[in-house]
Design a protein around this ligand. Structure first.
Ligand code: ATP
Ligand code: MG
Length: 433
């Protein structure tokens, strides 16, 4: 009998988890620069919250939900994305209240769940970092949020990127375009995929998002939504592109891009990685404006803008671009104990060093001194402290700076009372070398 993790999930092991921390820490610092604050919502929600926001005819809701009835017969689902839960929380906690808090800017990071066909960069439990800003219709907010995403990738060291934008306009736009799209697709109806046939009248925009090769042939010549933008939608989109130009942020416009969620309005965008080997998983960030969503979840009419990025895909991109990730772990001191009699004192020494705010480690496997020194070397310890039974008897300890190979003997009492001073003195040795 052997147990395996569920298909489409990963164990993120030490060696890999440091990379995750680097990505997450970079995001937290940058989001603070833009004055976003963290929100944490439950990993599961009432089914309706997701179905209403994401849309019944989307792939996410119609095929990919991890939903079930709990023991109290409530229909719940693991969250497939982050925006709907945040909007639910925004309404439930009445965060739309105070005028001075607008726009209300939050970020989140954590696991999402979708029943998909697992591939590289496509998992059933995957992880997103996302942001939402509520309460402003200003096109500059669209641009700021896209700029923040681009900044984030720049800070990570990713360079082969493309920002692709489009506008889905407002209600009026969607109504006009919907009819034009139906008129265009109807003559081809018999040749469309089953999904697209069904969606043609329920939600024709979804056909544009089809992953079916044949559907895509027809979609290629479909009318452009940009020709159907209402006057105010046109104005909004023009402001967005002008502002991007003004900030010298390069972008492309793709009038066929619709995104896989129904709640978007006006500006939508994707950031694609052009690193080799990303395949059809090259979208590392996606988002846009969702001015009707808060109302959809029974809140007051409130505009919104947000994005989500897939951490697994970001890590793939970092690997494909050979980005060096700075090592997060550092070992300040390794304490070598020679002889059984030193076991207890070695434990005291590492504890004390940690109390002084340094990282410290020791051997727990009764290894020979040589193997302990090797372990210290491998962990790239800056200082190695050696306590033999003789030293212990004299209440002394040897301290070696590993880079300069300088070694000095100190009184144990000095370690216990003022390890800072020993550390500084020995590190100076390291630097002078
Ligand atoms: P795709 O078209 O690749 O299925 P999507 O439109 O479903 O993506 P969104 O729901 O917009 O994706 O999610 C935003 C980001 O989250 C994506 O750009 C991607 O980086 C990541 N993502 C989405 N689904 C997955 C998944 N199953 N596994 C890993 N990452 C994912
Ligand atoms: Mg998808």
């Amino acid at each position: 009998m052997s147990y395996q993790r569920p298909k489409g999930t990963n164990d993120i092991l030490p060696g890999e988890s440091e990379k995750w921390q680097f990505v997450e820490e970079t995001a937290r610092l940058l989001f603070n620069d833009y004055q976003y604050h963290e929100m944490r919502t439950p990993l599961f929600e009432h089914y309706e919250v997701i179905a209403r926001s994401v849309g019944d005819t989307t792939d996410i809701v119609s095929k990919e939900m991890y939903d079930f009835y709990d023991k109290g017969d409530r229909h719940v689902t693991l969250r497939p994305e982050g925006t709907a839960p945040i909007v639910r929380a925004y309404v439930e906690n009445k965060l739309y209240g105070p005028e001075h808090k607008k726009p209300y800017k939050v970020y989140y990071m954590g696991p999402m769940f979708r029943y998909e066909r697992p591939q590289k960069g496509r998992l059933r439990q995957f992880h997103q970092i996302g942001v939402e800003a509520f309460g402003s219709e200003n096109p500059s907010l669209d641009v700021e949020t896209m700029a923040m995403a681009m900044d984030f990738f720049k800070q990570l060291g990713i360079t082969k990127l493309r920002l692709v934008i489009n506008s889905l306009g407002d209600k009026e736009t969607r109504q006009n375009y919907r009819q034009a799209l139906i008129d265009y697709l109807e003559p081809h109806e018999a040749e469309l995929s089953e999904d697209s046939k069904r969606r043609l009248h329920e939600n024709p925009l979804r056909v544009l998002d089809s992953k079916d090769k044949r559907d895509q042939q027809f979609v290629a010549d479909a009318p452009s939504i940009l020709d159907y933008l209402s006057e105010s939608a046109q104005k909004h989109f023009a402001e967005v592109t002008k502002t991007l130009d003004h900030l010298q942020i390069p972008y492309e416009i793709d009038h066929r891009m619709v995104r896989g969620l129904d709640y978007y309005t006006h500006t939508i965008f994707e950031i694609m990685s052009d690193a080799p080997g990303m395949g059809s998983q090259s979208t590392i960030c996606a988002g846009g404006r969702y001015d009707g969503l808060v109302e959809e979840l029974a809140g007051p009419a409130t505009p919104g803008f947000g994005f989500a990025m897939g951490i697994e895909r970001i890590l793939l991109t970092l690997a494909q671009e050979d980005v060096m990730i700075p090592a997060a772990t550092e070992l300040d001191a390794y304490v070598v104990g020679i002889g059984e009699g030193t076991n207890m004192e070695v434990q005291k020494i590492v504890q004390v060093i940690r109390q002084f705010g340094y990282s410290a480690d020791r051997d727990f496997m009764q290894r020979k001194p040589k193997a302990q020194f090797k372990a210290a070397d491998k962990a790239e310890a800056k200082l190695v402290l050696t306590l033999g039974e003789d030293e212990l008897q004299n209440m002394q300890i040897k301290v070696k700076a590993m880079r300069s190979h300088q070694e000095k003997t100190f009184a144990l009492a000095d370690v216990y009372e003022d390890f800072n001073a020993i550390y500084d003195e020995m590190m100076l040795e390291n630097m002078e070398e």
